[in-house]
Design a protein around this ligand. Sequence first.
Ligand code: COA
Length: 164
Amino acid sequence: MRIGIYPGSFDPVTLGHLDIIKRSAKLVDKLIIGVLNNSKKVPVFTNQERKEMIETVAADIPNVEVDYFTGLLVDFAKEKQADVIFRGLRAVSDFEYELQIAQLNRTLRPELDTVFLAASVEHAYLSSSLVREIAQYRGDISSLVPEELIPIVERKYQEILSKT
Ligand code: COA
């Protein structure tokens, strides 16, 4: 059984992430989405919210599981008995950073390979921070996140704005 991991912050998950999730899931028997509890980034959405949003949008993909992780990706991959990490590349600018991480991860765990999927052209400009910025100013996020998540993201920003 081939197990893949697609790690990220997913704050929030975007249409670009969903594209990579769908395509990665076809390449393995089981795909685990690893929601990073990142000490370097303070997420807008809680761990639970980020996990639930991915579970909602990936509900119709039977071989996808979602879990959190802290610490090293290679340790999470070992715990999950994963063979491969998936990452999306949106532009050449992603490549340098991603290559470095992939090489580092292989140094730490040589049997773990990273597969890069080219982001679909229509999602190449997308990022979670772009979604957050547009949502913050009550802009239209309908072309950026899966439809089911629009009210969740908008509600979150209404809550945040009502507290400021
Ligand atoms: N579609 C849309 N957005 C995409 C995307 C795609 N296909 N691919 C990347 N992005 C965006 C994300 O939206 C995010 O945008 P933001 O910075 O505006 O929020 C950005 O690219 C990068 O985020 P993400 O893909 O979530 O990765 P990350 O940088 O938060 O984390 C890990 C990358 C999880 C692989 C890495 O940090 C990690 O492994 N951390 C664990 C610690 C570890 O093992 N360290 C050693 C190796 S670095």
